[in-house]
Design a protein around this ligand. Structure first.
Ligand code: SF4
Ligand code: SF4
Length: 340
């Protein structure tokens, strides 16, 4: 069943839902963008409907909740190790269809990619549930339709669409229905909106021959990319991290171990003992990133890693279009000149 609520009514429902949960949603941060007087949409904890940015696409993904940029895993002393405490309350994350598909990718990497699920990821993930934000139109750089992520998978508690000042709610979790029914201005069928066409279209090659790995198409990115790593940090599906041991005293026996975000585009990511480095040029790094997203992940899990959110294209200071690269790889894979 669906419900139509005013902003005040929706806030009252959120207040009740939020009594024993935290609410995490995209928020428009005024003047906190990359340039003077530029806003940015980032995720944050909210308590009122008006705080949720329902119109703009978020510049950063929700993933910092599941995979914090810096997370203390445990503390150590000379004699013992103690796992770090964490907030045990449930969290409700508001996100769009592409990002809900991204959760499946994060789960695959952290829960299904080895002999054991990652316990630090799992303890957070077990407490996270989702609310779908409908998409009334496509945004600049989105190519979710090409990636098959424009329609949300199941697994969210309710959806919310803002139209003409009213919140249209489709409740999937019937335990929550009475809360909405008590505040609704109307009860009617509601379906979360989704887009059926994007301006940007990509064609992912079914197979990428080894010759594409040596193709000159990657040289362009050795020249253009400045290996800043921004594309990785906005991506909802990038999962790489590194470890840092922080010592509190100079005897080197007391401290904490942190997991911190890492970027495959940044110099030093592939450094190994003895001074070796597997990918030295930015073109090689781009090749690794792109082919992991549209080839290697699929070989392992059966679907592409990239969900077509377009955030990497938006954030790149060198105006490098990842969507264009996919189409160039397709051409090269078919034997054509990628830059023709
Ligand atoms: S954001 Fe652009 S310049 Fe920075 S690492 Fe990614 S592709 Fe390279
Ligand atoms: S479009 Fe870019 S940022 Fe979005 S999922 Fe794909 S690689 Fe990541």
């Amino acid at each position: 069943m669906g419900y139509v609520l005013s902003q005040d009514s929706f806030t009252r429902v959120l207040g009740k839902i939020g009594l024993d949960r935290r609410l995490y949603a995209p928020v428009n941060k005024v003047g906190e963008g990359r340039y003077t007087d530029v806003d940015v949409v980032r995720y944050d904890f909210i308590s009122e409907a008006a705080e949720i940015e329902m119109e703009k696409k978020s510049d950063y993904a929700f993933k910092e909740l599941l995979t914090p940029l810096s997370e203390t895993l445990f503390f150590f002393t000379e004699n013992e190790v103690k796992e770090a405490d964490y907030d045990q309350r449930e969290v409700l994350v508001f996100l769009r269809a592409c990002d809900l598909h991204a959760v499946k990718r994060l789960d695959a990497i952290y829960l299904e990619n080895g002999r054991f699920p990652d316990p630090f990821y799992k303890r957070i993930r077990d407490r996270v549930k989702f609310v779908l934000i409908g998409c009334g139109h496509s945004y600049e750089d989105c190519f979710c339709v090409s990636m098959g992520t424009n329609v949300a998978p199941e697994g969210y508690l309710f959806s919310v669409d803002l139209q003409d000042g009213s919140y249209y709610i489709d409740v999937k979790d019937q335990d929550l229905a009475p809360l909405f029914a008590a505040e609704a201005e109307a009860e009617q069928e509601v379906m979360a909106r989704h887009v059926t066409e994007n301006e940007v279209k990509v064609s992912v090659p079914a197979d990428v021959p080894l010759a594409v790995y040596k193709d000159p198409l990657w040289d362009e990115y050795t020249a253009r990319c400045i290996n800043c790593g921004r594309c990785n940090f906005v991506c909802p599906t990038c999962t790489c991290y590194t470890m840092q041991d922080v010592f509190y005293t100079d005897n080197g026996k007391v401290g904490e171990r942190r997991r911190v975000g890492a970027s495959c585009m940044v110099d030093g990511y592939t450094n190994v003992a003895g001074g070796g480095q597997y990918r030295r040029t930015n073109g090689e790094r781009m090749r690794f990133k792109v082919l992991h997203k549209i080839v290697d992940f699929r070989k392992r899990f059966g679907y592409d890693m990239c969900v077509g959110c377009g955030r990497c294209d938006q954030v790149c200071p060198e105006y490098i279009s990842y969507a264009n690269i996919i189409n160039k790889v397709k051409k090269a894979a078919e034997g054509g000149a990628a830059n023709a």
